[in-house]
Design a protein around this ligand. Sequence first.
Ligand SMILES: Nc1nc2c(ncn2[C@@H]2O[C@H](COP(=O)(O)OP(=O)(O)O)[C@@H](O)[C@H]2O)c(=O)[nH]1
Ligand SMILES: [Mg+2]
Length: 448
Amino acid sequence: MFENLTERLQGIFKKIRGQGRLTEKNVKDVLREVRLALLEADVHYKVARDFIERVKEKALGQEVLRSLTPDMQIMKIINDELVQLMGGQAAKLNLNPNGITVIMLVGLHGSGKTTAAAKLAKRFKSEGRRPLLVAADVYRPAAVKQLQLLGEEIDVPVFSMGNVSPVEICKGAVEHARSRGYDVVIIDTAGRLHIDEELMRELEEIKEAVEPHEILLVADAMTGQDAVNVAKAFDERLDITGVFLTKLDGDARGGAALSIKAVTGKPIKLVGVGEKLDALEEFHPDRMASRILGRGDLLTLIERAEKAMDEEKAKQLERKLMEKKELDFEDMLEQIRQIKRMGALDQLLEMIPGLGRLKGLQVDEEQLKKAEAIILSMTIEERRNPKLLKNWSRRLRIARGSGTTVQDVNRLIQQLVQMNKLLKQLSGMDPKKARRRMREALPFVVRR
Ligand SMILES: Nc1nc2c(ncn2[C@@H]2O[C@H](COP(=O)(O)OP(=O)(O)O)[C@@H](O)[C@H]2O)c(=O)[nH]1
Ligand SMILES: [Mg+2]
């Protein structure tokens, strides 16, 4: 799915990786290429233009996390904007909480309406609902037969009537559902090769007759911008509630998925990812964005870095450490927790240039856990006044309480002594240098 776009974008990010920071010039260069990549993916040109404008504003504005490398900064901004472009939040189906839900599927021939109807029915059935499929495509006998076969496959009844108009069939179906206790009515309507007036009028009549809770336009993602135009045309006549985008498993270029919300204002609610009847997914803009960027793992890491690098907090701790004459075990505990918040330290270090010199360092998770357990087994008094630990029986109690040995406890006490020694040495130093020395002396971080 969208492999080409993903590949292009990754190539673009790579180019900017080596550069020191984002400047007007390199942002412009990068965004020119991103714009081309979007157009090539068949994104609507206005959508692409506005998108680039927003990314540029953010990249050159103050909103970026300065501690990330330039490619990460740009990637993060593009990711956030992609999510917004596709609607931000995932849009849920509007179901009637106390009665029958009517869902009407509309769209051109071959877009996947009949398949989508069966997929929805299967999903509802698995959720314990009682769906009823409605064959309102009366112009081709084969269409009714196709729905009936799919209905048999998933064991969901298909409502059809002889030689009457689609509007009558739909009304009849809702009546039937009411009397037989079906709670979701899924209408498979007729399509056309092109949008035509007769079809639109028929669909409007059905809409008026059964007042659907959802009118989903079924659109084929493989047709790119055409799908967007179709969505726009259907929306203007029917005021659709959302889009069911099909065939995303094929070599769709992404244009439809990226442009539909921006052009029509209507969200993509569901996507079809295969011919099988369980190939149905909810549309999540955030997941789709990270799929497009192909770096879901990295994005999670960046978010973690943002959380962990809460700079205010880090400075506060540093300031506190600098002001204090003596560190105690409470300070150490706080430090341990900060390291833990950062998680996989070595991965984070690689993308935060300021910490690059710590490369090759690794958190000793075992030691970290042990230290935390030991400190947690101390009384508050002992944490604040480490001198109390000269008493052997206290150390024995702590070792037992934390499942460690007295040697472990001794070692931790020794570490605190070392930290305090370092702190004394730093006291006369230039604060900047001192802070750096202090960070480098973090306990529990070992050289690989
Ligand atoms: N690969 C793929 N094929 C699909 C998907 N949805 C539908 N199709 C295929 O598209 C073709 C047309 O589907 P159909 O439901 O008959 O379209 P309709 O004319 O709108 O009712 C069929 O061959 C389906 O198997 C999908 O999500 N992925
Ligand atoms: Mg059909």
